[in-house]
Structures are given as C-alpha cells and as structure tokens.
Design a protein around this ligand. Structure first.
Ligand code: SAM
Length: 254
C-alpha cells in the first residue's frame, strides 16, 4: 500500500487531515507494511488517531496514550503553562486527575527545578503516566482525588487539574471517538458537570499551602459553577482564557 492509497482510504473514512494522518501512521509503522495496514485499519474503524499512534502531541511533547485512556487535548496546555508560571522556584506541583500525565509532563519539562506529583483513580492511566513521567523525574500514583496524598496536605504550591467536566446528559452528544474510545470515568462530570471540579477544589484547599494556587480547567458553560466551587472551598477565584486554544481555566488562590 502506498501513502497515496492510505490518504484515499482515510479520506473516504471521513478523516479531515488524511495526508497528515497517513504520514504519521507510516512513521509509526516504520519499515513493516503489515503493521502499517493494521494501524490504518484501526483508524478507519474509528479509533482516535492518538490511540493508533500510541502518543498525543501536547506542549511540544509526545505523551504516551493507549486504548481505554483519555487523549490529552491541546486546550489543556493552558493549565500546564499557568501551573509552570505560578510555581515558585523548587516548588511542589500536584496534577490531580492526571490521566496519561500530560499536564505533569509539560510542567516537569518546562520547570526541571520543580517536584511534580501526578495522581489518578484509574490504574491504567497511572501506568501510562509513569512511562512518560519517570524520565522527567516526576512521580505518579493511584489516588481518588487526594485520598492517597494526605502526606502532602498544606505543602503544595500548585494543584493543576483537568478533571472530567462533561454533564452526564451531554455524553451521548460527544463525538463518537470520545464516546466509544475514552472511559466514562474520564468524561463524566456528574449531573451539572462540576462534581469532579468541586472535588478537585475541595482537595486543593487541603493540599495547598497558604498562598498556593489551584489551576482547574473548565468550559465557558461551566465557568460560573467552577468559580463558585472555588469560593465554597475557601479559595479566591479568577478566570484565565486562551482564545487560540479555546481554553477556560479557573485560577483559585488559598
Ligand atoms: C478529562 S480526563 C483528563 C486527564 C488529564 N488531566 C489530561 O488532561 O489529559 C480526567 C481524568 O480524571 C480521572 N478521574 C476521574 N475521577 C477521578 C477521581 N475521583 N480521582 C482521581 N482521578 C479521577 C480519570 O480517570 C481521567 O484520567
């Protein structure tokens, strides 16, 4: 199969960036045509490109991803950038709901002076995160929010988080790639979408030192609820946006 054939098949399957995808799939397959055919078939069957390739682009890094784990979104680069900017020299940053570890990896890469800890409730996500984070000197562990992080209470400079924030009733309206290939645990933010954000902000008020900040991704639809949740957790909230990334983030100071 030539790359030209692959482009035609991807385009016929509805892939908008067929040329780019064919090139990346060819790169992933290397010199093994059978592997190339298998990867192409998975993509044409509707798997996310990142699951097929085994990595997602994020903040100039390649983050290891695999079927069953959330694919990091580029908009979340705003959380990582703010966390890296706000952390003091030698400080401690915790990525709660870390998934494959994209935020923690970007922070550790941008700021090698920091101690970075990443946690997620899903052992499969933590196993992937460990692969990316260990070479960057960051650690990862399984934890329901901060349940396993009690030893860090009151010592954290920045909590960075992109928790699930899709209202339960909107999950059936998500693109097929997300609905069928990402776990509900990674998407479902409860009835109003903000249940896990409330959990992260309450955990932040326990983890942060006085003056520390929580940086939590949200959406324009939810931002008022997220800011209210920060206030309920005793944190002072501001909103940051990046229009190029389509990102909205609540920055909440203890
Ligand atoms: C939207 S994904 C984001 C993952 C990662 N932060 C990123 O941006 O790629 C949300 C993550 O939250 C995790 N999660 C859901 N409930 C959790 C909980 N109670 N405690 C810790 N992690 C949780 C899921 O397993 C999933 O990996």
């Amino acid at each position: 199969m030539t790359e030209h054939d692959a482009v035609a098949r991807l385009r016929a399957a509805g892939c908008v960036f067929a040329e780019d995808e064919a090139r990346l799939i060819a790169e992933a397959a290397g010199a093994d045509p059978a592997a190339g055919e298998r990867l192409l078939a998975r993509r044409i069957a509707g798997e996310p490109l990142e699951h097929v390739l085994g990595w997602a682009a994020f903040a100039e890094l390649r983050i290891a991803v695999a079927p069953g784990v959330f694919v990091p979104r580029r908009r979340t680069e705003l959380v990582a950038r703010l966390a890296a900017d706000l952390a003091p020299a030698g400080g401690l940053v915790v990525d709660l709901c870390c998934g494959a570890g994209a935020i923690a990896a970007a922070v550790a890469h941008a700021r090698p002076d920091l101690r970075v800890v990443a946690a997620d409730i899903d052992p499969a996500a933590v196993a992937l995160a460990a692969r990316t984070l260990a070479p960057l000197g960051a650690s990862s562990l399984v934890s329901d929010l901060d349940a396993a992080l009690g030893g860090l209470a009151g010592t954290v400079d920045v909590v960075a988080s992109c928790p699930p924030y899709v209202p339960t009733a909107q999950i059936p309206l998500m693109p097929r790639e997300a609905r069928e290939h990402e776990p509900a645990l990674a998407l479902d933010g409860g009835a109003d979408g903000a249940a896990l954000q409330r959990g992260v902000l309450a955990a932040s008020s326990r983890l942060l030192r006085p003056g520390g900040v929580a940086v939590v991704e949200t959406s324009e639809a939810l931002v008022a609820l997220t800011a209210r949740a920060a206030g309920d957790a005793g944190l002072a909230a501001e909103v940051a946006r990046d229009e190029d990334l389509g990102a909205t983030v609540v920055v909440a100071r203890r």
